[in-house]
Design a protein around this ligand. Structure first.
Ligand SMILES: [Zn+2]
Length: 166
């Protein structure tokens, strides 16, 4: 019996103290629902008439936003934690590198597993990255996403996605 092993692994992966402001903010920004990016997306969805979604629906990966009846899921991923490829926000802290690399690898693997499980269960899955919701990018992001969602949900967009309305 190797009772000690899992604990040792966990202990090794205890989070290091946040080494700088960016890391601290990122760590705080990773806490569950009602984060700022999610609120932004939800406001746009409501404005477009794409309501009826559920938050953190209990399927693999707990999608931030889901329309279970239509099996449409939307993940809003932080670039830092979920390792947005090639994104300037997906930095790696300079200290405790080993910890972060293991942690990030796990996050990416978990995300991939969850997406695959959802798709196999017949879900249509969208992943939106936090950087795509920055002020300069959000209009373009939503202009692309909203018509897709409307089609998948069998709904008509309430208004064209236009920045003049926000
Ligand atoms: Zn990004």
């Amino acid at each position: 019996m190797r009772v000690g092993a899992p604990d040792e692994r966990r202990a090794k992966l205890a989070p290091p103290p946040a080494t700088n402001e960016h890391v601290r903010k990122s760590m705080q920004g990773n806490k569950g629902k009602n984060t700022k990016p999610e609120m932004l997306v939800r406001a746009r969805l409501r404005a477009a008439g794409l309501t009826g979604y559920r938050l953190q629906w209990k399927v693999p990966g707990r999608p931030d936003i889901a329309w279970p009846g239509k099996r449409v899921a939307l993940f809003i991923n932080g670039c830092f934690w979920h390792r947005h490829e090639g994104c300037p926000y997906a930095t790696t802290p300079k200290s405790h590198v080993e910890y972060w690399v293991v942690k990030f690898d796990r996050n990416v693997e978990r995300d991939e597993r969850n997406l695959q499980a959802l798709r196999e269960a017949g879900w249509t899955v969208h992943v939106i990255w936090e950087c795509q919701l920055k002020k300069k990018a959000i209009d373009a992001t939503m202009a692309e996403l909203l018509p897709l969602l409307a089609e998948e949900l069998g709904k008509t967009l309430a208004a064209p996605p236009c920045s003049a309305h926000t």
